[in-house]
Write a protein that binds this ligand. Structure first.
Ligand code: DLL
Length: 438
């Protein structure tokens, strides 16, 4: 499902459509959602005065806390009888948030996922295995509906039971796999354990998202599964998977700007940053009926990529998500995202793509340790080689991140594998840890 009249439209046409949709959406939320009416009035923001996309910068932001405070239905803009499905965020701590979808919302969602799958190379003739968790998490059912709308044969595998995943991939002749990148690696590893070769499979692509992953991780997945791996992005508050997705050029994620207005703002000042500069991604939904959101602060860090994409799509691209501002570690004053650690680790021969960052207390000081798995076949008995590898990892981390982190090499397969979102940071400083998500 490729819609060139939108996806490759001239910028002016996209922005004209956005403005029309924005104007009517702002009036809709003002008229139907108490919180927005109050906020707009307090901020002196008249939704009927919006004459350009820039005017949106006068509107207040929406945060995760607003959704939590409105739990469960406070931000719904339509009567409950018009809601046909509910999903919830995979929120790890605190109050969960609920998203409601009208029938039209589900239709739009399926179309956008179908567009991502198409951009990744899938067609109506494809067989797509969906190994995202099914249930309240948006990954499973969201990708499922998109795949089905595309006309692909859809295998609703859900997460887990990895040997069976491999068997189905092989026996059913699956062409495209959809799951988290960490689970894709787990599947590749299980294939090896089962003696299944990538050449025996019809698999040629994978659509991976729901957690940050690096270019190095992409290479590992592509080599392990013998496929081309593309990125899919989304969040349950805004819709679910399919807010943005990569095309086969693998050079950034096209944002579906006909349905979402993208801003990137400075995390401190909340003022828009120039294109090409990193900041927090903010989305305004343009067509959502159930829970329209105005300037929703995602906490995700990225930047807009300038220039045209070779695929011909004119929808703007954002760079892969570096991480969430909530996940940012401050190590002796230096800001570090787990994905930056991953980028360094996965470039070092002898290191497997499995790691965890453990935060603990040593006296009153915070202590940070990267636990890193050595590649299979690396002999743990060769102490001098291990010492050299450990030193190399330490030096490369320090030179890339400008701060030193202690390193612990661990044996192959000792780091817990994920079947959904990987837990990269283990914080032993807090007693109660959040759940790992789907
Ligand atoms: O993870 C929706 C999704 C499902 C996206 C399947 C892609 C594939 P939530 O559970 O609400 O929804 O989590 C949303 O996950 O704010 C990001 O921090 C992170 N995230 C999602 N996709 C990506 C990605 C789903 N491609 C949160 N790269 C978002 C990096 C991602 N992080």
């Amino acid at each position: 499902m490729y819609r060139p009249e939108i996806e490759s439209a001239p910028r002016e046409a996209i922005e004209k459509l956005q403005l029309e949709r924005l104007q009517s959406m702002l009036i809709r939320v003002y008229d139907n959602v108490g919180m927005y009416r109050k906020r707009f009035d307090e901020a002196g923001f008249d939704p009927r005065s919006v004459q350009s996309l820039e005017d949106l910068s006068h509107a207040p932001f929406t945060t995760k806390d607003d959704l939590r405070n409105a739990y469960p239905y406070g931000l719904f803009a339509v009567p409950l009888k018009d809601i046909v499905r509910i999903h919830s965020s995979s929120g790890t701590t605190g109050q969960i948030t609920v998203g409601g979808y009208t029938r039209h919302d589900l239709e739009v969602w399926a179309e956008l996922v179908a567009r991502v799958l198409t951009a990744a190379g899938a067609t109506a003739d494809s067989i797509v295995q969906v190994a995202y968790g099914y249930g309240l998490f948006t990954g499973g059912l969201g990708v499922h509906d998109g795949s089905q709308l595309l006309g692909a044969m859809t295998v609703p595998a859900s997460g887990g039971n990895t040997k069976r995943q491999v068997k189905m991939l092989k026996d059913l002749g699956v062409n495209l796999l959809a799951c988290t990148p960490s689970y894709a690696l787990r599947i590749a590893e299980t294939m090896q354990e089962m003696g299944v070769d990538a050449d025996e499979m019809a698999l040629h692509g994978g659509v991976f998202g729901a957690e940050p992953w690096s270019e190095q991780m992409r290479t590992q997945i592509e080599n392990g599964l013998g496929i081309r791996a593309t990125d899919i992005y989304g969040l349950s508050e805004v819709m679910g998977p399919g807010v943005a997705g990569e095309c086969e050029c693998q050079s950034g994620l096209h944002v579906f700007e006909d349905h979402f207005l993208l801003e990137v703002v400075d995390t401190e000042t909340l003022k828009p940053v120039p294109d090409n500069q990193y900041g927090e991604v903010v989305f305004t939904t343009l067509t959502k009926e159930g829970i329209p959101l105005v300037r929703y602060r995602t906490r995700d860090i990225s930047r807009i990529i300038l220039g045209e994409c070779a695929c011909g799509r004119t929808l703007r691209r954002m760079e892969r998500i570096t991480g969430r501002s909530d996940d940012m570690l401050i190590i002796r004053g230096v800001n570090v995202y787990p994905s930056q650690i991953e980028q360094v680790l996965l470039g070092i021969p002898g290191i497997a793509p499995h790691y965890q960052v453990v935060l603990s207390k040593k006296g009153s000081m915070d202590h940070i340790e990267a636990q890193v798995e050595v590649a299979p076949g690396f002999s743990f008995d060769e102490v001098s080689k291990l010492e050299m590898l450990k030193r190399q990892v330490g030096i490369e981390l320090a030179s890339s991140l400008s701060v030193s982190i202690s390193v612990k090499l661990v044996e192959p397969k000792s780091i817990t594998r994920s079947e959904g979102k990987a837990k990269r940071v283990v914080d032993l400083r807090v007693k109660e840890e959040g759940a790992a998500g789907q």
